[in-house]
Design a protein around this ligand. Structure first.
Ligand code: HAM
Length: 419
């Protein structure tokens, strides 16, 4: 373990890695506006009730994983474990409840107190998208098409889209009855958690990871047949639209998702190349309740985990983005040259040229080493002689070639090189 490690399940992201992260973010900022989405930033923490009511008291996330603390003034505050509830809280300040659609996307850190593992962090990052205010199968299908276009744009091949439907609230009773009846017959062979789920939350059994339960879940009766004809027609439309968009998908009746706000379509993108935490994105249509809001806010959206997208890109050996040119490194021999260089550096930066100046009195060799460490593209050497002659020594750090250049015209020359 590194000596100064950050808390378990978190990570520092150093400048060298940032081009990889920026590619994920730049791509989001390019693709989502093609579908009419604009970026929204909400606070990283919200009143705890937003998540309890929004995500559901019975979920693992709310019961076991939230970072909750008391704010000044005794308010209960929680670091956001996901983006949807907070985004909906913000959108309630607009006219979204009058059937006016809102299209937003967001990028940022989320916090869940899970057991850290490869691809599972306590602070992780998501890009997410929400379409709020209207219910239409076209919007669900378009959402998934947009998600797959985003992944394509990141050169993520081999990802599998799985979908299912949770029906609407009114459908759940008959479907739940069918499921409980079936699981009651097998209760003796199920894990302890699922034995209580049979009466408390039968849906959670469908995505239990225990081998004994998986075996029983395999033969689950077709509970979708217990849904209303409207819900089944809605799901058929979503599937037909996806087919017409040439988006490949599989229907997986075991997909229920871990957050309680879903109604109608649910979906996940799985990538087999990154081990056990293989869900790289997930989402669905929802009816989300917030404190003091008696009617739910409706919408459809998804979020992708950036750490997992990076793992997939690494597994697929997607080439790193081409790095920009390194800075110009100003090497000074003597105090007056250094004073001159500090001023020159500002002139260069004002002309949009990146510059680093060595500020310590050091040998030429030591300064050259520092230039290499800074990944400099060029070194410019200035001593007392150069100050007098108005010339500097200009070194191309890549090929090692060296020439004398006049100080006049240096900025113009570098400007064309850095264009
Ligand atoms: P979620 O499935 O909980 O959905 O998270 C979405 C994605 O975030 C996952 O597929 C995964 O890639 C990533 N993720 C989740 N937890 C972790 C973790 N501990 N470490 C690393 N990555 C993680 C949501 O959050 C919903 N808000 C998505 C949504 C938007 N539904 C409707 N709109």
């Amino acid at each position: 373990m590194a000596k100064f490690s950050p808390p378990p399940g978190t990570a520092d992201i150093f400048p060298e890695e940032m081009p990889l992260w920026n590619r994920l973010e730049d791509s989001a900022r390019r693709i989502f506006p093609l579908y009419g989405y604009g970026e929204l930033r909400t606070p990283i923490f919200e009143s705890t009730e937003v998540f309890k009511r929004g995500i559901g008291d019975e979920t693992e996330v709310v019961q076991k994983e939230m970072y909750t603390f008391e704010d000044r003034g005794g308010r209960s505050i929680t670091l956001r474990p996901e983006g949807t509830a907070g985004v909906m809280r913000a959108l309630l300040n607009t006219d979204v409840m009058n059937g006016n659609e809102k299209r937003v996307f967001y990028i940022g850190p989320m916090f869940r107190g899970e057991r850290p593992a490869a691809g599972r962090r306590r602070q992780f990052h998501q890009v997410g998208v929400e379409n709020a205010g209207r219910v239409a199968p076209e919007l669900d299908a378009e959402n998934m098409a947009m998600m797959m276009q985003y992944l394509d744009n990141l050169e993520i091949s081999g990802a599998k889209l799985v979908i299912n439907t949770r029906g609407v609230q009114a459908d759940r009773g008959p479907a739940e009855e069918m499921l409980s009846k079936y699981f009651q017959q097998h209760i003796g062979d199920m894990c302890d958690d699922c034995q209580t789920r049979v009466t408390r939350n039968v849906w959670r059994i469908l995505d239990c990871k225990q081998a004994c339960c998986k075996e029983i879940v395999k033969n689950t009766p077709d509970y979708l047949s217990a849904y209303s004809s409207e819900s089944r027609a809605y799901f058929d439309s979503v599937c037909n639209l996806l087919t017409s968009f040439n988006v490949d998908f599989e229907i997986d009746k075991q997909l229920v998702r871990g957050l309680d706000y879903y109604a109608h379509t649910v979906f996940e993108v799985i990538h087999p190349g990154i081990g056990a935490q293989s869900a790289i994105a997930g989402g669905g249509r929802y009816e989300l309740y917030l404190p003091e809001n008696k009617k739910p806010i409706v919408g459809v959206g998804f979020a992708a985990g950036l750490e997992r997208l990076l793992m997939v890109q690494e597994a697929l050996k997607v080439a790193a983005p081409v790095a920009g040119k390194g800075p110009v490194f100003l090497i000074s021999m003597g105090a007056s040259a250094r004073a001159f260089n500090m001023k020159l550096a500002q002139d260069l930066r004002n002309a949009n040229i990146p510059v680093v100046v060595e500020v310590e009195e050091k040998s030429m060799k030591a300064q050259m080493r520092a230039a290499n460490r800074a990944n400099a593209a060029f070194g410019i050497i200035c001593g007392d002689d150069e100050l007098e002659t108005g010339k500097v020594v200009f070194k191309d750090m890549e090929n090692g070639s060296q020439e004398e250049r006049s100080r006049n015209g240096l900025i113009e020359f570098l400007q064309t090189t850095y264009k």
